[in-house]
Design a binder for this molecule. Structure first.
Ligand code: PAF
Length: 274
């Protein structure tokens, strides 16, 4: 595996791999099994695999955890090596940003609901860096997890709107054995908080079961989920269609149940696609 830090090094790869499929997994590091499953999928489906590690400052809001965001470069690069990654792109901030830049703005509706309400501007910064990375790596396939469902949906929209020549691969959520969705932020949870955090995946599982038994009324489903999560600070429980529009009745094959909650000082999100 080669670690590359400059745009020039990355651009040289384009010439070398013109006729090959490039699979790309963008990350902010602190790699866990969720990332590993994306990398494995990229490895299976492409000739060349590029992973990026870049804690993107523009997608963190004032007061968020940019400074304390877990950084584990050494461990991460070992993981990438073990997963047979070909290139690890780990640029400096000054490589990716020059100062007074052309900005990207998330769409007014889909970008400013749910996550966009609590984190206004987050998706602008996320799209900005993803666009830069896609332009630099020029992958055939780029891999994103369904856990960040709104991020995934906005990236797909950007690819459509800007006619980007890349296939976005939607990857399943990877969970701990007890159901907690994998996240780099799970390391912040104390032992007791981790137990409380399980109520998120439990409530989603319960809702899926209720839907399986024929309950399609979103208010009923949300109320029972809220009861299960009564020990944690729920930010939202929402049921939407795949365009993130709130719905009243579950539309099988076109619905999502999304949760954001604060457990201690840690903000967690999770969802299921119905
Ligand atoms: O999901 C993430 O880790 C980040 O939002 C991404 C897509 C790497 C952009 O910084």
């Amino acid at each position: 595996m080669e670690i590359i830090q400059t745009v020039q090094q990355l651009q040289q790869l384009q010439n070398r791999f013109k006729k090959l499929n490039i699979g790309f997994v963008p990350t902010m590091g602190a790699l866990h099994d969720g990332h590993i499953s994306l990398i494995k999928q990229a490895r299976e489906q492409n000739d060349v695999v590029v992973v990026s590690i870049f804690v993107n400052p523009t997608q963190f809001l004032e007061g968020e955890d940019l400074e304390t965001y877990p950084k584990k470069m050494e461990a991460d690069s070992k993981i990438c090596e073990l997963c047979n990654v070909d290139y690890l792109f780990a640029p400096e901030i000054s490589t990716m940003y020059s100062g007074d830049e052309v900005l990207i703005k998330a769409p007014n509706i889909r970008g400013y609901t749910l996550e966009g309400v609590k984190r206004p501007g987050h998706f602008d910064g996320m799209l900005q860096i993803v666009l830069k990375l896609l332009n630099l790596v020029q992958p055939t396939n780029a891999y994103f997890g369904k856990k960040d469902a709104q991020q995934l949906s906005l990236i797909k929209l950007m690819v459509d709107n800007f006619f980007l020549n890349v296939n976005i691969v939607e990857c399943e959520i990877v969970r701990e054995e007890d159901g907690l969705a994998m996240s780099s932020r799970n390391v912040y949870l104390s032992k007791d908080e981790r137990i409380d955090a399980l109520s998120i995946s439990k409530s989603l599982k319960y809702a899926a079961k209720q839907i399986g038994s024929g309950e399609l009324d979103c208010e009923v489903l949300i109320n029972s989920m809220r009861e299960i999560m009564n020990k944690i600070d729920i930010e939202y429980v929402a049921i939407t269609n795949r365009k993130f529009e709130k719905i009243e009745k579950i539309e099988l094959g076109n619905s999502m149940i999304l949760v954001a909650a604060q457990v201690g000082t840690t903000r967690l999100i999770d969802n299921i696609w119905i």
